[in-house]
Write a protein that binds this ligand. Structure first.
Ligand code: KG4
Length: 362
């Protein structure tokens, strides 16, 4: 379990309550509970990751993930509550929970847990879309972090994770205009699949980034799917290209030497980063954005961050990328989005159900 817990209790940021949101996230393979104040300040954030468990199967087995959520949800909650120093439930303004998208069995564990807390302690229940959580991670401040300006509208947000890749424009809170999305694989999925092809460890993203840093040749040619003038993405062709490239250089015994792996990892990463950064920069320019936000697990990629930072600098606007622990799944981001949803008057009743295919823009 990783924990961020902090004392420091300021007053509520906006009118209408304590501003403290208790948030629950179990949409995929992280069991997470957080307490966030005013949509920004993390009081406590606890994440129990199943990554090591799923490494054995090279991917997530939904039934195994749901059982692990059941095992961890109570201890994770207890640790978050203790870290946030919540003595009295009257301090909590609302309970926010991810209701989709994600794995049905996993979502249900968090939803039922949050419903129970809301019912027993008579707190409002606020449903949050996991995808907006990844965007709202950009609002978060760690317990001891200095205050910094919140993202400014209009903004362009790129969300890149193992399950999702899309670009949206926001003119104000909770308003999303979908600019484009992947038509096949998510960028993180491509990293994971190509990582496996190259014989690297799971998950593939960090392993490819590390291998690519040791490249000695920079000419491995991987295609870029520009998808015409659109902001859509496509990464499935890259997988085929990677398979061909790997087959062409395998030794007679099927082996790949480390240098070849590094060079191929570099070429693949360049192809993904080039398309993501170019489209994000273009979208920000055309939207006259005052800020670019990047979220999701792939945002932990330092080459992607640098490349988009360059685009943002050229436009004279800030790039906000949460620290890696807030790019991957966590409940603090649900607490941030949940605060704005709660203040917008959004409520769910006890009939709230999992929405595995929930979209950001319906
Ligand atoms: O947001 P996330 O934790 O959850 C899912 O959507 O599953 O993202 C996980 C994804 C994985 O595909 C992983 O390979 C990718 O994020 N990832 C990275 C890096 N760190 C994690 N991809 C590229 N570079 C990284 N440094």
């Amino acid at each position: 379990m990783t924990t961020v817990a902090g004392a420091g209790r300021g007053g509520g940021v906006a009118d209408g309550g304590s501003g403290l949101i208790l948030a629950v996230e179990t949409s995929c393979d992280e069991t997470a509970v957080a307490v966030v104040e005013g949509g920004r300040r993390i009081r406590a954030s606890v994440v129990a990751s199943q990554v090591a468990m799923h490494a054995a199967t090279g991917g997530i087995v939904p039934e195994v993930a749901a059982r692990a959520h059941l095992r961890w949800i109570v201890p994770v909650f207890e640790e978050a509550r203790a870290g946030a120093q919540i003595d009295d439930w009257s301090e909590i303004e609302a309970v926010a929970v991810t209701h989709g998208p994600g794995l049905a069995g996993s979502l249900l564990v968090g939803i039922n847990f949050a419903k129970t807390l809301a019912y027993v302690h008579r707190r409002p229940l606020v449903p949050v879309n996991h995808l907006e959580g990844h965007i709202y991670a950009a609002w978060l401040l760690d317990p001891d972090e200095d205050e910094r300006p919140a993202p400014r509208f209009p903004l362009v947000a790129l969300v890149v994770s193992g399950g999702y890749t899309f670009l949206v424009e926001m003119q104000s809170h909770l308003e999303y205009r979908l600019l484009g999305q992947t038509v096949d694989d998510a960028a993180g999925e491509a990293f994971d699949k190509v990582g496996r092809l190259l014989g690297l460890s799971y998950p593939g993203g960090p392993a490819i980034m590390k291998a690519a840093a040791g490249a000695t040749r920079f000419d491995a040619a991987f295609p870029r799917a520009w998808m015409g003038e659109s902001y859509d993405f496509s990464f499935s062709g890259l997988k085929t290209a990677a398979r061909r490239a790997v087959d062409a250089v395998r030794g007679p015994d099927g082996s790949l030497d480390g240098e070849t792996v590094a060079n191929l990892a570099y070429g693949f990463q360049e192809s993904v980063v080039d398309v993501l950064a170019t489209k994000t920069g273009l979208a920000a320019e055309r939207a006259d954005a005052r800020c670019i936000v990047v979220g999701g697990g792939v945002a932990a990629n330092s080459v992607l961050r640098q490349r988009i930072a360059g685009r943002a600098a050229a436009l004279g606007i800030p790039l906000i990328v949460p620290r890696p622990g807030l790019c991957t799944d966590n409940a603090a981001m649900i607490g941030a989005a949940g605060f704005f949803r709660a203040r917008a008057g959004e409520r769910a009743d006890l009939a709230l159900d999992a929405r595995p295919s929930l979209k950001l823009v319906e």
